[in-house]
Design a protein around this ligand. Structure first.
Ligand SMILES: Cc1ncc(COP(=O)(O)O)c(C=O)c1O
Length: 404
């Protein structure tokens, strides 16, 4: 029996593709330092874990489909505090930002509709678009330009009769680029002129370095009188270092979008109840928890950039946020390079696992010279991992120039 087209075309996660090779390497006794997955290694705040332990109900039941009232209230209060004013009723709690992305695409697009994305992009947008039957239309950014927002004229040229939205992340996964206020304003203006939604993924909002602050899409659109075009996609995963709680949300003042998302939510009953208790408690911890975490990630970014500067021919813009970088390396094939690191290369009994750039492009064939690194290791493991990467590039270059 045949699968559906979407069942056949749904891509495997590029982050998982190399997992089997990494396990093989470990079986051979090689230590694998992982820079491939964006799961922060920072301990989850005690308030968040304590909220799970303190749960006392006789039954861990379903909650309301749009979220527990206290969780929605805590999210709205938090968003108002970061300049994105919404009421608790504007929030639909989801199973991570992942479900928020799927709900938002499904709420604003019919199958066959188009959504503009900036290439490179968060890899799972490709999978969610496949699930929702949406065609992603990529507009290329480049490392030479710091992966900044492509010129609005180029974005606008990609708008067609079926374009419904622009979907983007800022701070960006995979590049770490943080859109400036004028860039977000340009997106809001484009959306207003061409009657589009802005699906703004801000899961890494606070991970912004060097004293900068993210100008959020809701904040900028509210100032422009266009708040109803923005669907904010967000979660506690990164900012609470609580990826496993599976709590995210959609926040939008657009009542039609919100009601559609609520009806999608009713079909899956509710987001995790225990996770929502953890989330509600966690916002109180943020002012204490985040500042040292941000300092730590800024230090790590600098370690990564300094190591990359030792690779002749590498191009790596200085990312302003998130915990990812996407350098262009002097390699001919990122997938072969990542596999080489696991199969053939080791130094001092260790190697490094990176995510090939090809998985982060909606345009087939792009990303062959790039890798994405998530700096989710502390010192000294991060220094060791970057040293292995520098040596790995050298060894791979020697191999390919010899033609083997
Ligand atoms: C940009 C971006 N959006 C969404 C997600 C999904 O996050 P969640 O754990 O909330 O589903 C991630 C996770 O890495 C991400 O980097």
């Amino acid at each position: 029996m045949d699968l559906s087209t979407r069942g056949s075309e749904m891509p495997a996660s590029p982050l998982r593709r190399l997992a089997a090779l990494a396990t093989d390497a470990e079986r051979r006794g090689i230590r694998v330092l992982r820079l491939n997955i964006g799961q922060p290694d920072v301990p989850t705040p005690s308030e968040v874990l304590e909220a799970a332990r303190a749960f006392r109900g006789p039954v861990l039941g379903y909650g309301p489909s749009d979220g527990l009232p206290e969780t929605r209230a805590a999210i709205a209060e938090y968003l108002a505090g970061v300049g994105s004013p919404v009421a608790p009723e504007d929030v639909v709690v989801t199973t991570g930002a992942s479900e928020a992305i799927l709900f938002a695409l499904s709420a604003v697009c019919d199958p066959g509709d188009e959504v503009l994305v900036i290439d490179p992009l968060y890899a799972n947008y490709i999978g969610f678009a496949c699930m929702a039957g949406v065609r992603l239309v990529p507009v290329a950014a480049s490392p030479e330009d710091g992966y900044r927002l492509p010129l609005v004229a180029r974005l606008e040229a990609a708008v067609g009769p079926r374009t419904r939205a622009v979907l983007y992340s800022s701070p960006s996964n995979p590049s770490g680029t943080v859109l400036r206020r004028d860039e977000v304003a340009a997106l809001v203006d484009l959306a207003a002129r061409r009657d589009l939604f802005l699906l703004a993924d801000e899961v890494c909002r606070e991970f912004v370095y060097d004293g900068a602050r993210l100008a959020g899409a809701l904040e900028v659109a509210t100032a422009a009188g266009e708040a109803g075009r923005v669907v904010l996609l967000d979660s506690i995963s990164k900012r609470f270092s609580a990826c496993g709680a599976r709590v995210g949300w959609i926040a939008t003042t657009n009542t039609d979008v919100r009601d559609a998302c609520l009806r999608f939510g009713q079909a899956r009953l509710c987001a995790p109840t225990l996770g929502q208790h953890m989330a509600a408690a966690g916002f109180r911890a943020l002012p204490r928890f985040l500042p040292p975490v941000i300092d730590e990630f800024r230090r790590r970014r600098d370690v990564v950039l300094s190591a990359l500067s030792r690779i002749p021919g590498a191009v790596c813009p200085r990312p302003e946020g998130a915990f990812y970088v996407m350098p262009r390396l002097p390699i001919d094939d990122a997938d072969a390079f990542a596999a080489f690191l696991l199969r053939e290369f080791s130094h001092g009994g260790a190697t490094v696992l990176v995510a090939p750039g090809t998985g982060f492009y909606a345009t087939p064939g792009q990303g062959r010279h790039e890798v994405r690194l998530a700096y989710v290791l502390g010192s000294p493991a991060l220094e060791a991992a970057m040293d292995l990467l520098v040596r790995g590039v050298e060894a791979y270059a020697g191999l390919t120039t010899r033609g083997t």
